[in-house]
Design a protein around this ligand. Structure first.
Ligand SMILES: [Zn+2]
Length: 212
């Protein structure tokens, strides 16, 4: 418990200074990839749809879950995007975010609300989206998301789909038990991790590093 708490504290500190470089190295094994996450927050009524603590919690949860699998995440960039992106309803609203993606990072867009495109009127907590016009892949996170939604969406980003198995990361069914991924999912996540690194699209930025 103590170890867990001190690790969380470390991540909170890092996330809180996401906009200011440089920072201290974390205790990440040097041979394991650290994927940079760029956050774009849509403005809503003149203010960011969600504050930095909310965002830091999402990233911290994801890093804590994937870390033991040898995949780490670091918040490297934060920017704000226009109010017109605060409410995502139709496919074109999602695709419009592609204009704001950054290079060699995992882009996460934080918006106020995210409507399902197949079931209008139903609101989603998050989605891993590929913009067909551009081929860009990114994650959209609703401001209504609970803290582990980014972790689930990163599962999609790293190539794993939904399952019905209760408490699996990729299942909607939660019993209160420990959330897990099975061996086949781990293999796939690690395969995609290697692929991202090999293509250079999402390079290992490794700690410590200068920021944008
Ligand atoms: Zn999903």
């Amino acid at each position: 418990m103590l170890g867990d708490r001190s690790m969380r504290a470390a991540y909170v500190v890092v996330a809180s200074i996401a906009a200011s470089a440089p920072r201290a190295a974390l205790a990440t094994p040097e041979d394991e990839p650290v994927f940079p996450i760029a956050i774009s927050v849509a403005k809503k009524d003149g203010a960011p749809a969600r504050d930095d603590d909310w965002i830091a919690t999402q990233i911290r949860e994801a890093d804590a879950f994937f870390g033991p699998l040898g995949v780490h995440f670091r918040w490297t960039l934060r920017k704000e995007i226009a109010e017109e992106h605060a409410e995502i309803h139709v496919r074109a609203d999602r695709d419009a975010l592609a204009a704001h993606v950054e290079k060699n990072v995992i882009d996460v867009f934080v918006v106020a609300r995210l409507e399902d495109i197949d079931e209008p009127g139903r609101y989603r907590k998050g989605v891993a989206w590929t913009s067909k016009p551009t081929g860009k892949r990114f994650i959209i996170l609703s401001g209504e998301a609970f803290p582990t939604v980014l972790t689930h969406e990163l599962g999609h980003f790293f190539g794993i789909g939904h399952t019905d198995v209760p408490d699996n990361l990729m299942s909607y069914v939660r019993t209160g038990g420990t959330v897990f991924v099975d061996d086949a999912q781990v293999e796939r996540i690690q395969m995609f991790s290697k692929r991202f690194l090999a293509t250079g699209r999402l390079p290992d930025v490794g700690p410590p590093r200068r920021f944008f």
